[in-house]
Design a protein around this ligand. Structure first.
Ligand code: NAP
Length: 209
């Protein structure tokens, strides 16, 4: 777990009562949870939506865009910018080096950067523990997440040191984390976008029998 993450109990967390009403309020975790200082780089469809959900779950969230900023106090970075903006977005945020980073970007069209995946490119710049997550969830559906009776799934891949924090943030967005292996599988998640597009806008869920 990244340094600086504060543990708190449900009793200490008034935000647990403050989520948007839903049948079972599935985004509410139970028991011990972590409150994080999150810097989201990219505050559009993905970054802006996740920021709203995480604030509602009690996290401190800073949203940055093209105006740059300072991530020195962040426990975790979340990257949600167009893939071609990855180097620019990361290299111009102060204090990003070495941070645990969750990469939500997708490759859409153009010439792929010369890395095994976009997440590897992110890792090469930031250098901290890295995860690929949220790239296979439609941003347009985030407002629907708290209304679901069963948590929708969220496939992710992560280095071991980034796995726990990624699972926590997926849960705190109201989704169910589905571990898809280490960062070597990040490219497979990026390539799965074509399947997601073919299938159309929707939630998905994986479960064990
Ligand atoms: N839309 C989806 O359903 C979805 C789902 C999963 C993954 N993704 C992926 O997630 C990423 C973001 O998608 P989106 O739909 O959220 O895009 P978006 O709504 O267009 O938002 C893009 C954000 O990136 C910021 N940005 C662009 N260039 C930047 C730079 N050089 N430095 C810093 N910030 C920069 C913009 O800043 P400003 O606010 O200053 O303009 C904006 O806040 C993309 O890689 C996309 O493929 C999208």
């Amino acid at each position: 777990m990244p340094a600086g993450i504060r543990l708190s109990t449900a009793a200490e967390a008034p935000f647990l009562q403050s989520r948007a009403p839903s049948a079972r309020n599935l985004a509410q975790p139970v028991g011990v949870r972590t409150c994080m200082n999150i810097t989201v780089i990219g505050r559009g469809n993905v970054g802006g939506s996740l920021a709203r959900l995480w604030r509602a779950a009690g996290h401190d969230v800073q949203e940055l865009g093209q105006e740059r900023g300072d991530a020195t106090n962040a426990d975790v970075l979340v990257l949600a910018v167009p893939w071609a903006a990855i180097p620019d977005a990361l290299e111009n945020v102060r204090g990003a080096t070495g941070k645990t980073t969750i990469d939500a970007t997708n490759f859409v069209r153009g010439e792929r950067p010369d890395f095994p995946s976009l997440a590897h490119q992110v890792k090469s710049i930031v250098g901290g523990a890295t995860a690929k997550a949220f790239n296979l969830n439609y941003a347009a559906l985030y407002d629907e997440v708290p209304k679901q009776d069963v948590r929708p799934g969220s496939l992710f891949a992560a280095e071991d040191e980034a796995r726990e924090v990624t699972e926590q943030l997926i849960r705190d967005a109201g989704l169910e984390p589905v571990y898809g292996g280490g960062l070597e599988n990040a490219r497979a998640l990026e390539d799965f976008l074509g399947v997601l597009f073919a299938w159309g806008r929707g939630f998905y869920r994986f479960w064990t029998p």
